[in-house]
Design a protein around this ligand. Structure first.
Ligand code: ADP
Ligand code: ZN
Ligand code: ZN
Length: 802
């Protein structure tokens, strides 16, 4: 009998997107298990790669040429059977490689890191000495010059040098040297008494340790070294009085929590919701709830109490939030309720911090996980409840492969654990609300604000009139007056600049020339603080031209509105006002977002000016004015979700006003005052918006009436991208029924990004059983038949159509 492991190797390509058989050597017979990482030789060069064992089997006879596992990376499985299973489901449903899915499920540091080493075989080969000096091996990386690389290749071709790959694992457990107190206080005291007088320092150490044993068994060496020299510690160790060793220190993300906050007495609507969710989790029923509640209606309290309930049943809870860096107040509340049982996972953590939080969850030390999109893969077991706050947020969809939606993953995991999922929002996505309508999800509603506070009054300001009366295109008279009033009353204002699909750019007023990115088909964005123009897609940066590159005119000017420009304008209008600006530029550094928010919360500023990032989760009682500077920049975009996004954003930002005792007011500046998304946001009328928008989707054959899939082809040459898209269309058509609707091929709205041209096809369909297998096949065959320059991306239910 031969013991075989099925291994997915670390090569994201179609040819390797299947398990390969490896023999398990005798020495590892009892070690290797599914869910572990191993090192295996792969391909002609027997290059060492990392791989995942996904299954074990035995064969009566060993196939010829079967390779053996070289080594194990882990001593126990890092992926549970559930998560292994999830990786293959994810690969199938998102048209991604399984290795990519396996890596997506794990923290980034657990990805294999390969190093190419050149070994010198013939030391006296010409040119070798200049390159290798006295060494026998050297690392092939970008430290080498092109000339050195060329020499190296020549040496390799002549057989004087051999290349080998080594796998590194970046995951490091953080340790510190520590002194372990392995004797009792009495023993230390007694030992100290026997020491002769001249061993004064040794004596002092033992006396000191005697005072510490009741408190701790481990003291960091560094702390002791302030008073005792290394040699004194060494001597104590030699006499077996202490042990000096490296102990693990976990990088903690949250401060140690001492005070646990009590739960609140529920209001009737909250109690109903909690009872329904509790019943499902107690009955171990996979049920999806849609918790629809206006901002401030107490959804968070419902989350906290239902999570507490599953913990009492020795099960775990997972809570997803859109982007944790943007919702520090939410994390704080979960933490105050559950203390050290909480682990946090999000992109703002360092790789090391993520790794440690991940291990705390895996070890069962953390029973509640709060995190952004990728936290949906948290290695929790025995999950009793999954919560997804602000379920309509587009950040839950990953735009890169694997193109998954965290909601789908959450529901899939809940099916495995037989537990409920709670989707919460003040403005649910149309997809979810429609499912609730059909009874697929169960609808729970919290229609009133907890403190009975009325929702803020929303004024729509028609900016078309503003153009005629007032030369300022950014601030209407009414919004300006409202700000003046707040400054006089010492109340705070929040101003939002909607920047989706919008930027400030530089244009020549004489010839109309717009400065564009040399790599992408898009105008460069002006950054006042760095006096430069930047491409937001590829990062290209150049100085602001003083004259027009096209006609040499000096009338080259800024257009559009950026946060920096608005800030300058505000400061000019209100010289005495303190302003905090929050956008990608001011919040790039770690902790900056939290720091700015804290300053605003403490009342250090009168006005908080920011982009969409300020619309979420802020809860400051002294904010009585919210101004939306440009409500409709998103409405003009060629995307069928434009109205939905505008409605969601306006509702959300309006919810920031009047959270305390003082009444809140909102001003929305728009060029489309009669648009239903704006009118219904003014009335806080989600249900009416849902009905209106469903009608429009029905007429346009859009989701949620139709499913959508987007297939995009990209290539450095435009005609190749277009050609591939037309070939794709030819393959799709015969497999689709007459009911399917095919749009395209069309170039994307921004046709070129990073020197690649994009063409896309969108298929809208209700039921096309042949489509999924065909797409899987397309991915496979195009990988083989086209040049490496062509990328095909398949996106199920894309959120970006541009
Ligand atoms: P949402 O998450 O729907 O925006 P929150 O859960 O943040 O609403 O609730 C708004 C405010 O009401 C919070 O300050 C919260 O502490 C408070 N609150 C929630 N439920 C109750 C309750 N049952 N009794 C008293 N206060 C409550
Ligand atoms: Zn660019
Ligand atoms: Zn010009």
């Amino acid at each position: 009998m031969f013991n075989i492991a099925e291994v997915i190797v670390d090569v994201p390509a179609m040819q390797t997107n299947k398990p390969f058989d490896y023999e398990i050597p005798m020495a590892l017979a009892t070690v290797v298990q599914p869910g572990m990482r191993v090192l295996v030789g792969f391909g002609k060069g027997d290059r060492t790669l990392q791989g995942f064992v996904i299954n074990l089997k035995t064969l009566a006879k060993a196939p010829t040429g079967l390779k053996a596992i070289k080594d194990v990376v882990d001593l126990e499985p890092i992926l549970s059977p559930e998560l292994l299973d999830l990786s293959s489901w994810l690969a199938q449903t998102t048209y991604a490689f399984q290795i990519t899915c396996l890596q997506t499920i794990l923290p980034g540091v657990m990805r294999g890191d390969y190093e190419k080493i050149a070994y010198l075989v013939t030391p006296d080969a010409p040119e070798a000495a200049a390159l290798f000096h006295d060494k026998k091996a050297l690392t092939v990386d970008n430290q080498l010059t092109n000339a050195q690389l060329t020499t190296l290749v020549r040496l390799k071709n002549s057989g004087a040098v051999r290349f080998e790959y080594q796998v590194h694992n970046k995951a490091r457990i953080k340790t510190r040297q520590a002194v372990i107190l392995n004797k009792t206080a009495a023993q230390y005291t007694q030992q100290a008494a026997t020491l002769p007088k001249k061993l004064q320092r040794q004596k002092a150490l033992l006396q000191y340790l005697a005072t510490q044993t009741a408190k701790t068994k481990v003291i960091f060496t560094k702390t002791l070294q302030a008073d005792f020299s290394a040699s004194v510690l060494k001597t104590a160790e030699k006499h077996d009085l202490i042990t000096i060793e490296a102990v693990e220190v976990k990088r903690r993300v949250l401060p140690a929590q001492t005070e646990i906050q009590a739960k609140q007495v529920l209001l009737p609507d909250q109690a109903k919701a909690v009872a329904a969710i509790d019943a499902a989790s107690t009955a171990e029923k996979q049920q999806v709830f849609l918790l629809e509640g206006v901002t401030g209606s107490g959804k968070t309290e419902v989350y906290l109490q239902t999570m507490a309930n599953v913990l009492t049943h020795q099960r775990t809870a997972l809570m997803l939030v859109p982007e944790i860096a943007l919702t520090p107040q939410m994390v704080q509340r979960v933490y105050q309720r559950f203390g050290d049982q909480v682990a946090v996972l999000h992109s703002g953590l360092s790789e090391g911090e993520k790794y440690d939080e991940w291990r705390r969850i895996k070890a069962g030390e953390a029973k509640v996980v709060v995190g952004a999109r990728s936290a949906v893969f948290a290695p929790l077991e025995n999950i009793g409840l999954i919560i997804m706050d602000e379920e309509h947020e587009s950040s839950y969809k990953q735009e890169d492969t694997p193109r998954y939606h965290a909601r789908d993953v959450a529901i899939h995991r809940a099916a495995y654990y037989h537990c409920p999922v709670v989707l919460g929002s003040a403005t649910p996505s149309l997809e979810s609300r429609a499912r609730a309508q059909k009874g697929v999800y169960q609808l729970l509603r919290l229609p009133k604000r907890v403190n009975q506070a009325p929702l803020p009054e929303v004024h729509i300001v028609d900016m078309r009139e503003n153009i005629q009366q007032n030369r300022n295109l950014d601030f209407s008279r009414s919004l300006a007056d409202a700000i003046t009033l707040r400054l006089a009353k010492k109340e705070q204002s929040v101003l939002m600049l909607n920047r989706r699909g919008f930027s400030s750019f530089v244009m020549c007023r004489d010839c109309g020339y717009v400065v564009k990115c040399p790599n992408c088909d898009i105008s460069l964005t002006l950054h006042v603080s760095s006096h430069s123009l930047k491409c937001h897609y590829c990062g290209h940066e150049e100085p602001i031209p003083k004259t027009c590159p096209n006609c040499q005119s000096r009338k080259i000017r800024y257009f559009g509105t950026g946060t920096e420009k608005i800030e300058q304008e505000l400061q000019h209008m209100y010289p005495e006002a303190k302003i905090i600006r929050m956008d990608v530029d001011t919040t790039r550094r770690k902790g900056a977002y939290e720091r700015l928010l804290k300053q605003f919360g403490q009342g250090d500023a009168d006005i908080l000016l920011g982009t969409q990032m300020i619309a979420k989760g802020l809860d400051f009682p002294n904010v009585t004015l919210v101004g939306v500077i440009n409500a409709d920049t998103a409405l003009g975009l060629p995307d069928f979700r434009a109205s939905e996004r505008t409605f969601q954003l306006l509702t959300q930002v309006a919810g920031r006003a009047g959270r305390g005792d003082k009444k809140g007011e909102v001003f929305v500046q728009t060029y489309n005052p009669d648009h239903y998304a704006i009118q219904l946001a003014k009335r806080h009328d989600y249900e009416h918006f849902f009905a209106t928008e469903m009608n429009i989707r029905h007429q346009g054959n859009y989701p949620p009436y139709y499913f959508t899939v987007q297939i995009s082809c990209s290539h450095p040459e435009e005609n190749q991208a277009a050609k591939a898209a037309y070939q794709m269309l030819k393959r799709l058509q015969p497999a689709l029924s007459a009911k399917a609707i095919v749009l395209g091929p069309t170039p994307r709205a921004i046709a070129r990004i990073k020197n690649r041209y994009y063409y896309q096809i969108i298929v809208k369909y209700k039921s096309e059983p042949k489509l999924a297998p065909l797409l899987a096949d397309i991915l496979q065959t195009t990988q083989r038949s086209f040049s490496k320059q062509l990328y095909i991306a398949i996106d199920r239910e894309p959120l970006q159509f541009m």
